[in-house]
Design a protein around this ligand. Structure first.
Ligand code: SF4
Length: 211
């Protein structure tokens, strides 16, 4: 009988491949630091738990200069502060500088070109901060949302990783979206009604007016 105590695996019991792989991943990532770009509290719930479960030491990074107006930014920030305290996840809050978003999108005021620039800005800043502060990986809670484009996020995350010299962690977190948002509502965590920027706010207002 061979027992791999450090992995807590007993080879007698023929662990299923998934459990075995998970244990290996957990062991290799045990001391790895991951900076998680955090868009809002409801979207933090599932990725934070999943990444911790995978063995990462997770720190949030609330970098969202896209959010408009400042009152909305403060609401989302307060919700992240409250929720992250409850799950013992540290979060870094860079200064709120909405001009960075406006400069990044330039004349691309329509989606999807606008969204691409918005994601690129937030991922690039997260990658740069992660690299400068000795993180091993970075990722984003945007990957939990069915409203964001996974393929473009993956492409931009990998591009930022190459440019900054750090690892991008990609996982499709979307299976956890619905449950996490139901939990957020049940717990009274603030859930926003539009994506974030002034354009998405207007688009939402128009949709609501038509209903
Ligand atoms: S709709 Fe959302 S992703 Fe697109 S630009 Fe606005 S805030 Fe960014």
């Amino acid at each position: 009988m061979l027992k791999l105590h450090w992995l807590k695996i007993d080879t007698r019991s023929k662990p299923c491949p998934d459990a075995f792989c998970k244990a290996i991943r957990f062991a290799t990532r045990k001391n790895m630091k991951l900076l998680l770009h955090t868009c809002c509290a409801p979207c933090l719930i599932y990725p934070a738990e999943k990444l911790k479960d995978e063995g990462f030491q997770v720190t949030g990074f609330f970098y969202n200069p896209n959010i408009y107006p400042v009152e909305e930014y403060e609401k989302r920030k307060a919700a992240v502060t409250g929720f992250s305290g409850a799950i013992s996840c540290g979060v870094i809050y860079p200064d709120y500088e909405p001009t960075q978003f406006l400069e990044a999108i330039g004349d691309k005021k329509e989606s999807p070109a606008r969204c691409r620039m918005c994601w690129k800005l937030r991922l690039k800043k997260t990658a740069a901060f992660a690299c400068a502060n000795a993180f091993d990986y970075f990722s984003t809670t945007l990957l939990v949302s069915p409203y964001q484009d996974q393929n473009i996020l993956k492409e931009l995350g990998e591009e930022a990783a190459r440019q900054e010299g750090i690892n991008f962690y990609f996982e499709d977190f979307r299976p956890g979206f619905r449950q996490a948002h139901n939990d957020a509502r049940a717990k009274g965590i603030y859930c926003q009604k539009y994506c974030g920027c002034v354009y998405s706010q207007r688009e939402q207002c128009k949709k609501s007016a038509k209903v």
